[in-house]
Design a protein around this ligand. Sequence first.
Ligand SMILES: O=C(O)CCC(=O)C(=O)O
Length: 284
Amino acid sequence: MDASARPFGYGSKNIGCNGDVGWLEYILLSVRSGSVAAASLPPSLRAALEEYTDAVREVGARVLELMADGLGVAEEHRGVLRRMVAPDDAGGADEMVRVNHYPPCPSSLAAGQRGVTGFGEHTDPQIISVLRSNRTAGFQIMLPDGRWVPVAPDTDSLFVNVGDSLQVLTNGRFRSVKHRVVAPTEGQQPRLSVIYFGGPAPTQRIAPLPELMREGEQSLYRDFTWAEYKKAAYKSRLGDHRLGPFELPAAATAQESTTKADHYCSSNAAVQAPAAAPHVARVH
Ligand SMILES: O=C(O)CCC(=O)C(=O)O
C-alpha cells in the first residue's frame, strides 16, 4: 500500500505531500515534541529511540563545535552552533528521526533503468544530519561539478551531512550537499538507514553568525526563522533548490565564483571526509 507520513508516522513510496515518490518505506518521528507518532510507539522502542537520539545529538553537537573551531570562531563563542541543536533548556530544538527501509526492487521494474530511485535527490533543510546505515550501498552525493559519487556504506561510521540552515548560518562557508539513494535491485540486500535531523527552535533566526562575518561582508540570504523555512520546505518538491527564494543576488555570484575556484569549504575542517565526498563527513 502506498502511504505518506503526514508529516509524521509511517510512509510507503510517497515522500512528503507534493508528489515525490521513492522505492522505500519509512517511519518519520518527531522525537521531542511528543507528537502522536512518537507517543504511539511501544515504550521499549520509544526508550531505544530516545537513547539513540541523545547519543547521536551529542555527536552532531560536537561536530558543530569543531566546525565553529575550524572556522576560527573565538573560544568563548564556539558553542554557538551546538546550542541550536542541543540547547541547555530542554524542549528547544526541532528534531526528527527517519528510519528508511529500501527493499530490493524487482528486475521487472528496474529493467532498462540505470538505477531505481530509492530516495530522490535533495538537501536537508535542518542544520545537521547524522546518518547510519547497514552494509548496503546506494547512498550518493553530488559534487560541486554535478557528478554523483557513491558513498561506501560502513556500519562502524556515522555520516554527517551539512543542512541548508548551516549553509546560511555560515554564510555559505559550509554548503549543504545534495544526496540521494539508489534502491537495491533483486538479489541485493535491502538497505536500512537511520537519520537524525538536528534543527533549531522554530523561532531561531537563521542568518549568518555575526561571530563569523568579516568586516564589510554581506549576508548572502535574507533573514528568516526556522519555522518559516520549514514551512517553505514542506511546500516544495524534494529536488527543489529550497534556499533559492531566500538568496540575495550576491549568493548566486558567490556560488558561481566558489564553483569556478573549486574552493568549497568542506566539512573535513572538522572531521576527516572521504576523498570524493567534500560535504559528507564520516565519523568513526
Ligand atoms: O536512506 C538514506 O540512506 C538517506 C535518506 C535521506 O537522505 C533522508 O531520509 O533524508
